[in-house]
Design a protein around this ligand. Structure first.
Ligand SMILES: Nc1ncnc2c1ncn2[C@@H]1O[C@H](COP(=O)(O)OP(=O)(O)OP(=O)(O)O)[C@@H](O)[C@H]1O
Length: 570
């Protein structure tokens, strides 16, 4: 628990507010005790000793101390709500930064549903544990218990002994059940994440599911996950009932013993009637506070499981890249003896390959499907790192560079993603460009005409709540985005595959014009797209089997000839 708390406390940046919150808790715990002590004076002084002149004063003080806790309670809630809200914002930001920085291999192992569940539920739980709920309530319980113990000791020593005994029993129960509560809670959390993953997957695959009429299969899959979740909740509930079944008798037993001892004290004239009433009220309050503290401790064990989930993402210390400055231009890009597989137990996708990408040229990579073309692009954008060998940029291993490297290289994917925003924002991604430059680039990439055909033109919303774009329109927009960024190196991975041959030819011609003198790496199936490249690498089963310009490959490479001739036939 201590490690979870210290982990979360690193992210609380409103520590001064805590002083205010805990001062409110101190007063909230103390004032009801004083109010109860006033009852003793009311009984012993006013009613038993008949000092009626004291009555208005005691009544007025009672009213003040009775309503005091409500005020301090409100102050505490407001203060901790602010700290908790701030903590959730900070944790969410840290979480997103960590996801962005997570090596792609690690990210691929996480389900989007599970990450969303982490953001939605676990961060709120962490805030409840450390700020809003558990910690502040527990501190209030503990302070009240301390005040009550002193007050009871002042009235009747025997009552104090019962109270201490009950506290020890509670502590032993907590020790016995705490770890198990955490385990049940972890199980519930895992099953809940599985339900979230099932929902996320069934929504993501909706097109295929409907097309193949497999709705029942998906619904049954969801039902199965939900039933596991439900079973875990029932198990957790039964365990909680078992704890209550054991702990409740202590509550009531203690009160009865307090009445017995107090009653004997009054009958034998060792304590006054007022002390008996107040002493019993204190024991009653104390047992309630102990019960609440016990409850908080069990909930804390549950929430600790959430903090561990967050920690498993935010607490990762995998560092993706180095921090070397990159102020120069890219002068060389080279794969030296690179071998790579996507996981330790799968075969190598790239097999001891060495490639030189001449700067300022158009370089193409061709090969059959699955030969490893996109994987080369993934290594160039640092999504993955080689198992053996190295990718060198200016003779320095690529991962040594900080994020400046990313500003020098951009990539267009076959299926680009657009944020739910306007076309303009998707093109600029919050960078500022002159409207005329945006328009000219879109004209070159042959998308200006269809953009101005929309009623809101460049302000048209795309993405989830906007218009749907065709595959070819999306690719042209993505190309415009990359052309606007105009990086030193541009990688196009099947970036024009959805365009018809005529449009693809025109777009490609304009790309060549705009990228003249700049390094452009093109991965393509259609040879016609890259026929004019300065150098073409032919990849087969993860190996470079030929390289050179089109004419040379036509006369020397059988695989290249096969690829070319097959496309001519089609
Ligand atoms: N993220 C991944 N995890 C595991 N294996 C992968 C991953 N991406 C690709 N592969 C595997 O690596 C091999 C090469 O894939 P890659 O995408 O590099 O080939 P490609 O030549 O670009 O194919 P295509 O022309 O069909 O796009 C394939 O066998 C593929 O199954």
């Amino acid at each position: 628990m201590r490690s979870s708390m210290s982990f979360i406390f690193k992210y609380i940046n409103k520590k001064r507010w805590f002083l205010l919150g805990y001062s409110a808790i101190f007063l909230e715990s103390l004032t009801p005790i004083i109010a109860t002590l006033l009852q003793r004076d009311l009984i012993d002084k006013v009613f038993s000793a008949k000092q009626y002149q004291e009555f208005p004063k005691i009544l007025a003080l009672y009213a003040i101390f009775f309503f005091g806790p409500k005020l301090w309670f409100t102050v505490r809630k407001v203060v901790f709500f602010h700290i908790g809200y701030n903590l959730q914002t900070v944790l969410t930001k840290e979480f997103l930064i960590k996801i962005y920085d997570m090596p792609t291999a690690a990210f691929n192992k996480e389900h989007v549903g599970s990450l969303l569940n982490n953001i939605r539920n676990n961060i709120a739980d962490a805030s409840d544990l450390s700020v809003n709920q558990i910690l502040s309530e527990s501190v209030k319980n503990i302070l009240t218990i301390v005040f009550l113990v002193f007050s009871i000791a002042n009235i009747n020593f025997m009552m104090l002994i019962i109270v201490v005994t009950v506290s020890i029993i509670y502590y032993a129960l907590l020790h016995k059940f705490g770890e198990k509560t955490k385990q049940f809670s972890q199980q519930v959390r895992e099953e809940k994440a599985n339900v979230a993953i099932a929902v996320e997957e069934s929504i993501s695959s909706i097109r295929e599911i409907v097309a193949y009429n497999r709705q029942d299969w998906q619904i049954n899959n969801y039902k199965e996950k939900f039933s596991q979740y439900f079973k875990a909740i029932i198990k957790q509930g039964l365990f909680k009932n078992k704890i209550l079944f054991i702990s409740d008798p202590f509550l009531y037993g203690t009160k009865i013993v307090a009445i017995l001892l107090g009653g004997i004290g009054v009958i034998s004239n060792r304590i006054s009637l007022g002390e008996f009433v107040v002493g019993f009220t204190f024991v009653d309050q104390l047992v309630t506070e102990l019960g609440q503290l016990f409850e908080q401790a069990l909930i804390a064990k549950k929430l600790e499981a959430s903090v561990e989930c967050i920690k498993s993402v935010i607490g990762r210390d995998e560092v993706k890249f180095g921090s070397a400055d990159f102020n120069k231009h890219i002068e060389s890009i080279e794969f030296r003896d690179v071998t790579f597989s996507y996981s330790p137990d799968s075969p190598a996708v790239l097999n001891d390959i060495s490639i030189d990408f001449p700067i300022g040229k158009k370089i193409a990579i061709v090969g059959k499907s699955g030969s490893g073309k996109s994987t080369i692009a993934q290594l160039l954008t640092r999504a993955y790192s080689p198992d053996r060998g190295e990718v060198f940029i200016n003779d320095v291993p690529i991962n040594c560079y900080g994020k400046q490297y990313t500003d020098k290289v951009s990539m267009v994917f076959q299926q680009p993603y657009f944020i739910p925003s306007t076309i303009k924002e998707n093109l600029t991604l919050d960078k500022s460009y002159k409207p005329i430059d945006i328009e000219n680039t879109c004209k070159e990439m042959l998308c200006h005409d269809f953009i101005v055909g929309f009623p809101n033109q460049y302000e048209t919303q795309v993405g989830e709540r906007g218009i749907s774009l065709s595959g070819g329109q999306k690719q042209r927009l993505a190309l415009s985005r990359a052309m606007l960024k105009n990086t030193e190196v541009l990688i196009l991975d099947e970036a024009t595959s959805a365009l018809d041959t005529e449009t693809e030819f025109s777009v490609q011609k304009n790309i060549d014009k705009l990228r003249k003198g700049k390094t452009t790496i093109i991965i393509a199936h259609r040879i016609s797209t890259i026929q004019n490249a300065d150098i073409i690498y032919v990849l087969d089963k993860g190996k470079i089997v030929a390289k050179g310009p089109h004419e040379k490959l036509m006369s020397e490479s059988t695989i290249y000839n096969e690829l070319y001739n097959f496309q001519q036939v089609r």
